[in-house]
Design a protein. Structure first.
Length: 265
């Protein structure tokens, strides 16, 4: 194995990131992606392989963790964040190449165990009733300090005046994917998690799943941007352009992510 290959493996093992199975360390550009995109992006990567014969390596973690790794010299070629803040931070520090692109808009879902409350046009009001009646003992969100969906969940709860009630009950996932995993556990009463991952995990089969109205959280927190990094090459550019194609956008929509209103040329 080459020195660069050993470096990649060491980096992945050290920070506990997840790389798609079946990919050689020496194969294709290394793509850093928010954990909330995992189901959709793995599908997109398969479509890309079928269409072009080219593969990419996908590494998933919270957007904040990935941004820190990029700042520490991790050899990523492309970064897909679950919000724009981390992309702008990297761009301002000179870690990026070219202009960032909005590839999707994320949405939050409120998951609840069976019987906790019924579907409503105001799901956070129903959550408030359940909290006031002491029916909620464990509530899940992603880490709001590193995961944009965690930040959005906290913002939504604060907007509804529920943050102080929920804080003592929190079980915090390191990233959006882990928060969804926690939500499937038997003792979890409710969670605010990505709509896309909740659907992919079929949480509606074990509980109740509601799309949170957009007015309950700042849209900017879920404006998902991607940008090429200093390690990018022509292969990275081809995948970056494919992510803006109608085929890739259809895949993102299939997994519950909203397409951007305008895709830059």
């Amino acid at each position: 194995m080459t020195r660069s290959g050993r470096l990649i493996l060491f980096m992945l093992a050290t920070v506990g990131l997840l790389i798609s199975p079946g990919r050689s360390v020496a194969e294709g550009p290394l793509i850093a992606a928010a954990a909330s995109t995992r189901s959709a992006l793995e599908d997109v990567a398969e479509r890309y392989l079928e269409a072009t014969g080219e593969s990419v390596r996908l590494v998933f973690a919270s957007s904040g963790t990935l941004a820190q790794q990029i700042e520490n010299g991790a050899p990523f070629a492309l970064f897909l964040s679950a919000n724009e803040d981390y992309v702008l931070r990297l761009a301002n520090a000179g870690w990026t190449r070219g202009e960032p692109v909005v590839y999707a808009h994320g949405r939050l879902a409120l998951f609840s165990r069976p019987g906790l409350f019924e579907s409503s046009e105001h799901p956070l009001a129903e959550l408030n009733y359940a909290l006031s009646a002491d029916k909620v003992e464990r509530f899940v969100i992603a880490n709001p300090e590193h995961a944009p969906y965690g930040s959005a969940a906290r913002a939504a709860l604060r907007h509804a005046g529920l943050w102080d009630k929920v804080k003592p009950l929190l079980l915090v996932g390191a990233n959006a994917g882990q928060a969804v995993q926690y939500s499937s556990q038997a003792r979890i009463d409710a969670a605010l998690i990505p709509w896309s991952l909740a659907q992919a995990a079929a949480l509606n089969r074990i509980g109740h799943l509601q799309l949170l109205p957009a007015a309950t959280h700042p849209d900017v927190l879920l404006r998902q941007q991607m940008v090429m990094l200093q390690n990018s090459d022509e292969a990275t550019l081809r995948f970056f352009e494919y992510l803006q194609s109608a085929d890739a956008q259809a895949a993102f929509r299939d997994y519950g992510l909203k397409s951007p209103s305008l895709i830059p040329k």
